[in-house]
Design a protein. Sequence first.
Lengths: 151, 467
Amino acid sequence: MTIASLLARKGVKVVTIQPEHQIRQALALLAEHNIGAVVVVDPGARPIGILSERDIVRAAIGDERGVFDRPVSALMTRNVIVGVPQDDLVSVGYTMTEKRIRHLPVVEQGRLVGIISIGDVVKAQRDQYQGEVDTLQFQLIAEQEKPVAQA
Amino acid sequence: MARPGTADAPLRVAIVGAGPTGYYAADQLFRQAGVAIEVDMYDRVPTPYGLVRAGVAPDHQKIKSVTASFDKVAANPRFRFFGCVELGRHVTVADLRAHYHMVVYTTGAQTDRRMGIPGEDLRNSHAATEFVAWYNGHPDYRDLTFDLSHERAAIVGVGNVAVDVARILSRTPEELAVTDIADYALEALRSSRVREVYLLGRRGPAQAAFTNPEVKELGELADSDVTAVPEEVELDDLSRAAMERASDRATQKKVDLLQEYARRAPSAKRRRLILRFLVSPVEVLDDGAGAVGGLRLVRNKLYATETGTLQPKPTGEFEDLPVGLLFRSVGYKGVPVPDVPFNDKWGVILNEKGRVLDGESKQPVIGEYTAGWIKRGPTGVIGTNKPDAAETVACMIEDLGRDQHLQPAAPSREAAERLVRERQPQCFSYPDWLKLNELELRRGKETGRPRVKFTRIEDMLAALGRR
């Protein structure tokens, strides 16, 4: 299974923000869409960073009053690891777990096409294994019963 | 207006597509406690089960046994089947919206992905899915012809469809005769002159999608030797590292098996099945008369993407493979449903967790849902569609609780059936199917086969005494 099959059922909305926007606006987006991170893009829709709730929490401790007015570019994580739609979920899951990445922007030819969370990956893998177990059980039962001829 | 879902006013649901996902969705709906639900399932062909009947290989009868659980769902008195009724032809989305509270599209991925290389449309170059539908007796594909007079055939891809095609081409008539392969296909394959079958994977043995039982099966064919190219089944450093860190024993076993095939000495078997890896076709070569004469391949090397997925990269080293018959099997692709928003990028109905979204506003279209391959793309085994359908049904039940559903003026079983019969008098019911099933099994018994399929709609009607 690939990242593409995750994005296929996520609609087309990708919440993004620009680097010069304020943290206040970023928090409003996170709350409005009930998400944990927002991708920072340049005017060409190329991802240049990611801003997570954790980045903001960390900054807020040292700067309770000023944090809301700071630009997104000051707090965002640069050098973001990105995925491509053809990436396999097994390696994606491994890399996200090992590198402690909770949100992975997905790009195609440099342009942002979606974002997936570790939760999306875990759910897809759970569903895949559940489906495999179910299918295998059926075949086992079929083997135990007398030879059947179906469809 | 009272909320539908009571015994007197059940929630009426139309499911479009009678494949596994359609049944899983119906099953989930019937399991909802405290909500009375009626399901009408539509399919454009007269028979149910979708790809279990028309896709799963005829020599894999065990996989087809999942239909027993589908029949249990269909036995619910609140379930009906309307076969041979096509959305966009006999009924429209507007018709369904006028007769049901909710509509679920489970139409699957009905076409194949193209390779996008020169020569792809030469004569004797086919979509593997068409060959599969043909040998499985799908009414729309039964009249196709395949030129089996060539000695060498290649299949591009190493997924389960590719492996199925390779196996069917490699089996003896005796092996095929004990399956429920379409009888015309059995005849055509009986006189096949194909001697060498190539399976072409663009990545290495560790990345091949086929499963271990499938690989093992290839090594046990009655009259075909399976082999591989030793240097192509050697593990590269990237693959080895990926397998070690995940302690992936299944993949290790697969690679071991393929390496064993590469070492096997040829026996006296008449056919050969050659597994190739790390090659991509770049051009289909013309034989000089407009037909397939060969395949130009480029050798690949693996590289790791940022997330660690191993992908192929062409090396610039080429090779020509002379073949006269070609099947591409590089993936299925969804087909848009008339009047339903489509997401061209992923080849699926535009949706969020199964709720169909409006093409303009990107907000949910009230009353319309999707599940299965047309929702998430063609991935996973049959059972993967069960949790997928459950996610969609959970959205439906949530929406019902918020009174987000269609408001048909006078929803009733009778009105829906009247409409269908008026538009498509040939429509097939589930009792029709059960009768056909019995007849197919009986015809099989007479000839020592699990079943002999009806493959023409006229023959099905005649068998039911309806013409």
